[in-house]
Structure formats: structure tokens, C-alpha cells
Design a protein around this ligand. Structure first.
Ligand code: G6P
Length: 496
């Protein structure tokens, strides 16, 4: 279908956060910085290839921007007021849904005014998408912050094809049912043609919630939605991934390898460098990791001269109480362990409360003999895949929590239950002592998986399912197939 309105797009992605954040320094100077988190990491290369528009928030309250073009992506900013940042983003998204969807590791708070703000902001995103989508366009809504958008958008624009992808887990019904607005969220999501989840278990949890709350018939992976115009919704696992070859390319660059060597030297060339890379979030099990490591040092199973743990903990959601408390706890523990075990020449934990550019991250992955991913619950965990993609020489050991989506795919990692501290300690020692041939066997098999199932494959699979799910709606009075454009989008993603 041709579209003559230059401000409308055939392919529109919505996520709470844009790939760039507006950051204003204390002296008032403003810059655009790369946004944190797995969602942006995964979607950026897809969006560059797709030539669509990305609707989202620039990370600061009350800022209004006109749409702009940045690094191959059309950006359409949505404004949030300071109240909305507090109620919709910090409140309902990150202090209700986030803990609820991550197995209530931290207690969710339920506040009606947060919910009202969530509805209002979801409507704003739906309106922005409705305004920027060309007739018959494909709109792909991302993540838990925008679960009401599919239904709102369908009401406004029945001509659109709507996909939704949930980047975080979908909890078992016994937990989900706590949510006072549990039915509204399910109805919101069912406005989509295809609902994607990270794991088969998440899709199963969702279908169960639909049966229990709505009484609809589900025939995995399909859900029958009754009504004046009955519809069938596809709800299925599409495990997300990374731009794997770009990580490998970086890792093969001589300057990145030189930087990895410099990092090792800077740490005093210990026999083993272990690495943790996380947003500073209570779902990541950073405390469990530190506990295991501290005990190993105190029992003399590890010596500080031989092993250093590098922990990158990037700042996250710093105005939410649970995150402030977590930061205090983690930093106290890091201080204690360093105080007890570090020597003048050897530090036990090299702790960094920053984000780093991708080159530096890859240098860290190359410098690390052991990667520790000990999340208590994680939709996917792309850091695990980034480590594997970067280890082109097939050395290195990944210790991986079985509570991550990644552990469904990376079966040759050393899989652990982070709650079992003794088991975690044994796995760390096993990883450190693993002979090279065994490392290579495991790494080779994991690399095959990560290089084959990369982010382009993920989006092509999702968009192909979306293409197949939708019959051309009657409201389109055009001889062209409005989804024809999607074919070329899929082709461009496949061959960027
Ligand atoms: C996770 C979520 C994303 C989120 C990111 C960073 O990856 O799935 O939706 O954007 O964390 O969190 P933030 O609250 O800073 O956007």
C-alpha cells in the first residue's frame, strides 16, 4: 500500500523507552545518551534495518520534542509529566508490575492512582501510534509498561496489524491473580494479533490466566476471543536475542583485544577474572553472587591473589525505594568483602556503578574467564548471550541461573539455582578449574545457538507470525495487500 503522508510509517514500534535518553547535566547542558536495558539492545539493529518509526519516552519529565531522525531510526517522542513519571513509570510499571511479574522477589505495591496514570499514559502512546501509523500499517508494541495499548489501538485503528512482545516473564496464575486490574491487562493484551513471550512457560502462564479470568477457549498457541467479530490471537514463545555477529566482530578487533589485555593487567593479572554485568536490580541476584564469592574467599577455597570479581552494576530506577535499598545493601557487601580480603596489590571485587559503551563491554567479556549470571528471575538475560557471542576463541565459562529465559537455550552453560549458595559455590569453583577442552566443547555448542538464533531471526520469526495471523481487514478499501509492505520489512531485517 502506498502512503503519501511523510509523517506516517508502515512499521511502527512502541516502547516506554526510546533508544536514546535525554540527559541534563548539573550545569544545564543536555546530551543524548544510549538507553539502558535489554529491550533497546535487542531492538536497535532491527529498527535500523526496518526503516520504521520508534515511539517512546526520552527518559526525562516534561520534555517536549518534535520527531527527529537519529542513527538510522525515526524517533517520535512521547512526553510524560513529572506526576506520570512517578505514577505510571516508577509506580505502576516498576513498583507494581515489575516485582509482580518477577515472582514477587520484592513486594508489589497496589495503588489506584498509579493504575489511573498507567491507563492515561497507555492511551497517550496508543494515540501517538494511531497518528504515526499509515493505513494498514504494522504496529509492534513492546513490554509490560504498555500492555493496554493493543486494545486501545485496535479500537481507534481496526485497519492496523498489532503485535505485542513481553520482554519480561509472565507470572504463574497464583501470582498474577494478585493484581487488582488483572482482567483489564488481559483484555488490553488480547487486542493484539500476536502476543510474544520469552519462554514457553510464559506463554502457558498467559493462556492459563486467559482461561481462568475470561473463560475463553485456548488451543495452544491459539486463543479464541469471542465478540461481535470473533478473533483468534496467537500467544507463543519467541525467545529474544542479540546482534550476535556484531559482538563477534567487536571481539575480533585488535584495539578491543588490546583493551582486554590492559584490563587484565590493570587488575594485576590474576589467574582468573570473573565478571558480573547487570542493571542494579533485585531480580539479578547480585547479593547471592557476592555471598557465594565472599564465603569461598573466607573458607580459603579461593585466594584473592588468584581471583578477582569485576562487577558492573549499571544505575537503574534510582528513585524507586526498593532500588535505593538494594544499592545500599550491595555496596555495603562489596565494601565488607574488599575490607576483609583485599590486599594492597589485589582487590577482591572491582565494582563499577556505571554503564559502559559496547566496545568496553566486549573488552570486559574478553578479559573474563568466568561470567556469572545469577538472576533470581529474568525474562531472557542478554548479557549471557553477549558473553557467548564475544568468546570467538571458544574459551570461557558461563555460569547461568536456571531462572533466566537464556537457560532454556544455553543448555551447555553451568546451570545453577542461585538460592542454593553451596551449589553456586561449587559451580564457581568448577568453572574456575574447568579444563580448556571442556570449556571449548561447551562454548562451541552455545555459540552455535547464539549465532544462529540472533535478533534478526527473532524479529523475522515474530513478524512472519504477525503476517500470517492477519487476514486483510474489511475496512481497507484498497486492492493492494496492506501487509505487503511487511514482507519487504522482513526482507530488509533478514538482509540488513
Ligand atoms: C528491562 C525492561 C525494559 C526496560 C529496561 C531498562 O530490560 O524489559 O523495558 O527499558 O529493563 O529499565 P528502565 O526502567 O530504565 O527503562
Amino acid at each position: 500500500m502506498t502512503n503519501d503522508n511523510p509523517e506516517q510509517y508502515d512499521f511502527v514500534v512502541l516502547s516506554n523507552r526510546l533508544p536514546v535518553d535525554r540527559v541534563v547535566a548539573a550545569d544545564g547542558t543536555a546530551t543524548w545518551e544510549h538507553s539502558p536495558g535489554g529491550l533497546v539492545t535487542a531492538l536497535e539493529p532491527v529498527m535500523r534495518a526496518a526503516d520504521g518509526a520508534w515511539v517512546g519516552w526520552a527518559g526525562q519529565a516534561d520534555l517536549e520534542f518534535d520527531p527527529f531522525y537519529s542513527d538510522g531510526i525515526h524517533i517520535i517522542p512521547v512526553t510524560l509529566t513529572a506526576d506520570e513519571v512517578e505514577n505510571y513509570y516508577e509506580g505502576f510499571s516498576n513498583d507494581t508490575l515489575w516485582p509482580l511479574y518477577h515472582d514477587v522477589i520484592s513486594s508489589p505495591s497496589y495503588h489506584r492512582e498509579w493504575w489511573e496514570s498507567y491507563v492515561l499514559v497507555n492511551q497517550r502512546f496508543a494515540d501517538a501510534a494511531a497518528a504515526s501509523a499509515a493505513p494498514g500499517a504494522v504496529v509492534w508494541v513492546q513490554d509490560y509498561q504498555l500492555q493496554l495499548v493493543p486494545k486501545m489501538l485496535r479500537a481507534a485503528r481496526p485497519d492496523l496489524t498489532i503485535g505485542f512482545f513481553n520482554h519480561i516473564p509472565f507470572p504463574p496464575y497464583g501470582i498474577y491473580s494478585q493484581l487488582p486490574w488483572r482482567k483489564q491487562i488481559i483484555e488490553g493484551l488480547l487486542g493484539a494479533d500476536v502476543i510474544g513471550f520469552q519462554r514457553v512457560a510464559d506463554a502457558g502462564n498467559f493462556a492459563r490466566a486467559v482461561r481462568r479470568l475470561m473463560g475463553y477457549v485456548t488451543k495452544t498457541p491459539l486463543i479464541e476471543v469471542p465478540g461481535e467479530e470473533p478473533r483468534t490471537v496467537l500467544a507463543k514463545a519467541f525467545p529474544i536475542s542479540i546482534d550476535s555477529s556484531s559482538f563477534e566482530e567487536l571481539a575480533r578487533r585488535p584495539d578491543v583485544q588490546a583493551r582486554a589485555k590492559e584490563i587484565r593487567e590493570g587488575l594485576g593479572n590474576p589467574k582468573t577474572i570473573m565478571l558480573g554485568v547487570d542493571r542494579l536490580d533485585y531480580t539479578k541476584g547480585i547479593g547471592h553472587r557476592l555471598k557465594a564469592y565472599g564465603e569461598l574467599l573466607s573458607e580459603g577455597r579461593l585466594e584473592v591473589e588468584d581471583v578477582t570479581l569485576v562487577q558492573v552494576a549499571s544505575p537503574s530506577r534510582e528513585r524507586v525505594q526498593a532500588y535505593m535499598q538494594l544499592r545500599d545493601e550491595i555496596e555495603l557487601t562489596v565494601g565488607r568483602i574488599n575490607g576483609d580480603f583485599a590486599t594492597i596489590s589485589h582487590t577482591a571485587i572491582s565494582y563499577h556503578h556505571h554503564g559502559y559503551p559496547r566496545e568496553e563491554m566486549v573488552a570486559l567479556y574478553l578479559a573474563a574467564d568466568v561470567m556469572l549470571v545469577t538472576a533470581l528471575r529474568d525474562g531472557m538475560n542478554l548479557v549471557a548471550k553477549e558473553y557467548v557471542a564475544s568468546r570467538f576463541d571458544e574459551t570461557g565459562v558461563l555460569v547461568l541461573s536456571e531462572f533466566t529465559g537464556a537457560s532454556d537455550e544455553l543448555k551447555r552453560a553451568l546451570r545453577i539455582n542461585p538460592h542454593d549458595i553451596d551449589g553456586l559455590k561449587d559451580a564457581i569453583v568448577h568453572a574456575i578449574e574447568m579444563p580448556r577442552e571442556q570449556q571449548a566443547k561447551r562454548m562451541r555448542s552455545m555459540r552455535k545457538q547464539v549465532l544462529r538464533f540472533d535478533v534478526s531471526r527473532w524479529s523475522v520469526d515474530f513478524l512472519t507470525a504477525l503476517r500470517q495471523s492477519r487476514v486483510v481487514p474489511a475496512v481497507i478499501e484498497d486492492d493492494d495487500d496492506p501487509l505487503g509492505e511487511l514482507e519487504s520489512t522482513i526482507d530488509r531485517i533478514r538482509r540488513p
